[in-house]
Design a protein around this ligand. Structure first.
Ligand SMILES: [Zn+2]
Ligand SMILES: [Zn+2]
Length: 322
């Protein structure tokens, strides 16, 4: 059943639930904290990369690794995971049972980015589409261009002072690590970023080098931090102890600048146009929109001739009932 606010259920499989029932079987689409809740009394299925990231960030549990691009037969249905371009290990999923297909994008990106290829749209009868940026005001430039622009900005300003880059510790910060290395500077990174960087490297994603932040600010001219740790207090501390001029930038798809000198629209999510493009290529009979601008985007899809509904309005309990 689909339980509102607790992920989706396909047969006996819960997908990214907030509450994990005893003895439950859970599919983790990726390792971001809003998708992961662990329990000792359940079994967790995910890609090997996601399992490594989840273990590092949230601790141990009973895990079962599922390789991408392989059909896995589980409890009378078939499940296949495939790349969705969001972060290391992230996957979209296709379920098949009783002659019907259901696809779920989870958080995804359609275009290629600095580190990953974009998602390849899944074909299915029913598509659950993640619509984080499903509003026309969110159209991003090509991500490779944004990354190149940032690299130039870092190269220039790291010669004049201390560059402070802010981006989520998992996903964005690894792109920032690569950007800094591309700009010729080995960055100092917050602990949480350093540990994720190691796992990216372990799985063959080349980021370049990084140093763990440990009273060593003098050793580099680039510092990468999670945005929630960058506030006025940090700026004041840096200005007091590090006499260099600070050049700060935030990497985010959201329209937000805060105390930063620059905002770069680097995003791990599909923008408005990519969402429409995914649906066009997938062409499902029913689209269930989830997250963000789900209502607004479902209305837009209906105007384009598709059959779409926000997932939260659905009364049906099971993905297989749609
Ligand atoms: Zn995510
Ligand atoms: Zn998410």
């Amino acid at each position: 059943m689909f339980s509102q606010g607790n992920g989706l259920l396909f047969k006996d499989f819960l997908i990214d639930p907030h509450k994990v029932p005893k003895g439950g079987k859970v599919l983790l689409s990726h390792a971001h904290s809003d998708h992961v809740k662990l329990s000792k009394k359940a079994e967790f299925f995910a890609t090997p990369e996601t399992i490594d990231l989840v273990k590092e960030r949230f601790g141990d549990a009973k895990f079962c690794a599922l390789e991408k691009n392989k059909k896995h037969k589980i409890d009378g249905f078939e499940m296949e995971l495939s790349n969705n371009g969001h972060i290391l290990g992230s996957a979209q999923a296709k379920f098949s049972a009783d002659g019907k297909d259901f696809a779920l994008t989870s958080d995804f990106r359609l275009q290629d980015s600095l580190l990953f290829c974009g998602a390849e749209p899944l074909k299915a009868d029913t598509l659950v589409l993640e619509t984080t940026f499903g509003s026309p005001e969110y159209v991003f430039p090509k991500q490779i261009d944004v990354a190149n622009e940032m690299t130039t900005w870092v190269e220039k300003n790291s010669k004049k002072g201390l560059v402070l880059l802010a981006g989520y510790s998992l996903g964005k910060a690894q792109e920032l690590t690569k950007i800094s290395n591309d700009a010729g500077v080995i960055p100092i990174v917050h602990d949480s970023i350093f540990e994720s960087n190691k796992i990216y490297e372990k799985h063959g994603v080349k980021l370049g080098k990084s140093l763990k932040l440990d009273h060593n600010l003098k050793d580099s001219s680039v510092l990468i931090m999670p945005p929630q740790l960058v506030d006025r207090h940090l700026f004041a501390t840096l200005e007091h102890f590090d006499k260099r001029k600070i050049f700060s930038a935030l990497a985010t798809g959201w329209k937000h600048r805060g105390a930063f000198d620059e905002t770069f629209p680097l995003s791990n999510h599909a923008d408005y146009n990519e969402l429409i493009e995914y649906v066009r290529q997938s062409n499902p009979k029913l689209i269930l929109t989830d997250h963000g601008f789900c209502e607004e985007f479902a209305r837009k899809l209906n105007k384009l001739g598709f059959n779409a509904k926000p997932l939260k309005q659905h009364k049906q309990k099971m993905l297989g009932e749609f």
